[in-house]
Write a protein that binds this ligand. Structure first.
Ligand code: ATP
Ligand code: MG
Length: 439
């Protein structure tokens, strides 16, 4: 006997069902419209890549690479092939992508995009995978929408335009109560000295820090600034700040960025502790937080990553981008009551009598062609039951089609909210519903 087993989605993954999925689609559609108005084009990327690509770009000391990736051998023959000493491609490890900037840079190099005129402006959307402890706003399969600008220029106007685009998108998508935090974390000329200074200062207070932060003094001192541990906060507040240690070029870049943001009327707050979790960032870093989310309240992170393309074997290239967390953004839109009402079902075709069925099929097609959402019951039903179902499905209208209507070549349209009925010809029906749809 086969065992009866109830399958469930794996912890940290979930199904997005209607009507929620309509909100997701609208969110993504708004991103497409806004990003395309800034002349970004969509790039569709693979969901898994060589593990080495993420290790090299995101950084081996980061949480993402050290413990959050889903990694597996590419070849089914993995076990055997290590013994047979086949070529390295056979033994290659691949990972489900934890983020997409690395893939965008890989694709930029692979397709020689530096040869294209002007800056390369790309956006992407899709699932990302991280082995994290699942909780509200934190999943193992989650979704991001991101954009990247790659090219020869690192003009602060690029950073500012990217931020403008991001905030225009958020406001158009109904994510209105957000705060933008910005920082500059310097570049290879000034950050190493600052990190060394930070390490020295951290050594002095090591005993007062928790285990995670103590470890990071050696591996990645900047990340200590990211700590949320309450007892560490007064200590961190007294640490040296990068803003006092930027080189002249980085300082000028950051000042110009703020001018550019002011020019665009963009509100922001500076946060010297915003260092971000990925190794590849230089100069500009930013984060957007939203309301209604509790502690998982970051809905977007991003920054500049000059040099990442080169690190991955490509030509010297500047880059900046962001990644929006779709799951958390949708949660915030819902919790702040900004979710638009779904369009829903406009017409339910209540047909009775087999003689009316062909007309029902044909008028349903016509109404759908006109852009209406229409439900046609596949089997004949009693009139009362049919109208009851129309009500339960939330239809705005029932189109009643019985022998009388077929004989007189008319339709009876009933508005379910107030039971008002009209007898209409086909032309009148289409015209009426069309005008209703536009309202
Ligand atoms: P956090 O500090 O919340 O872990 P992060 O720094 O790891 O965020 P990024 O790698 O910058 O996040 O990703 C950008 C955005 O993607 C985040 O601001 C967040 O909205 C979303 N995000 C990241 N990890 C998850 C996850 N596990 N589940 C849901 N959304 C996520
Ligand atoms: Mg994280």
């Amino acid at each position: 006997m086969t065992e009866r087993r109830q399958f469930r989605a794996i912890k940290g993954t979930r199904d997005i069902l209607p009507p929620d999925s309509a909100l997701w689609n609208r969110f993504e559609q708004t991103a497409r419209e806004v990003f395309e108005s800034y002349n970004f084009g969509e790039i569709r990327l693979p969901i898994f890549e060589q593990t080495e690509l993420f290790a090299r770009s995101v950084g081996t000391d980061t949480d993402i690479v050290s413990k959050e990736m889903f990694t597996f051998p590419l070849s089914q023959e993995f076990e055997k092939s290590t013994q047979l000493e086949e070529g390295p491609e056979q033994r290659e490890l691949v990972s489900l992508r934890p983020e997409a900037t690395a893939s965008v840079c890989r694709a930029y190099i692979e397709h020689n995009m530096q040869a294209l005129p002007g800056n390369t402006k790309l956006y992407y959307m899709g699932p990302m995978f991280r082995r994290e402890r699942p909780q509200k706003g934190r999943y193992r399969q989650f979704y991001q929408i991101g954009a990247e600008v790659l090219g020869q220029s690192d003009a602060p106007a690029i950073d500012a335009e990217v931020l403008e685009m991001l905030l225009v998108f958020f406001s158009r998508a109904g994510l209105t109560r957000t705060t933008l935090y910005i920082n500059s974390i310097g570049d290879k000329n000034c950050r190493p000295q600052y990190v060394e200074l930070l390490r020295q200062e951290l050594q002095k207070v090591k005993d007062q820090l928790g285990a995670d932060s103590q470890r990071r003094i050696e591996t990645n001192p900047l990340r200590v600034l990211d700590s949320k541990v309450p007892s560490e906060q007064p200590i961190i507040e007294k640490l040296p700040r990068i803003s006092d240690h930027l080189c002249d070029d980085c300082r000028a870049h950051f000042a110009k960025l703020k001018d550019e943001l002011n020019l665009r009327g963009i509100q922001y707050e500076e946060n010297w502790r915003l260092v971000r979790g990925l190794d590849y960032y230089t100069r500009t870093t930013f984060e957007v937080i939203a309301e209604g989310l509790g502690s998982q309240n970051a809905v977007c992170g991003g920054g500049r990553y000059d040099g990442l393309v080169e690190l991955l074997g490509g030509p010297p290239t500047k880059g900046i981008g962001f990644a929006i967390g779709t799951d958390r953004s949708i949660l915030s839109i819902e919790e702040t009551g900004n979710a638009p009402a779904p369009d829903g079902l406009s017409v339910y075709v209540a047909w009775m009598g087999l003689a009316s069925y062909p007309t029902a099929v044909w008028i349903t097609r016509k109404l759908r062609d006109a852009g209406l959402t229409v439900e046609l019951p596949p089997e004949e039903m009693k009139f009362k039951k049919s109208l009851g179902l129309a009500d339960k499905l939330g239809a705005r209208y029932a189109l009643i089609l019985g022998e009388d209507e077929v004989a007189s070549r008319t339709f009876t349209l009933k508005r379910l909210a107030d039971a008002e009925q009209k007898k209409l010809t086909e032309a009148e029906l289409l015209e009426y519903l069309e005008s209703e749809r536009r309202r």
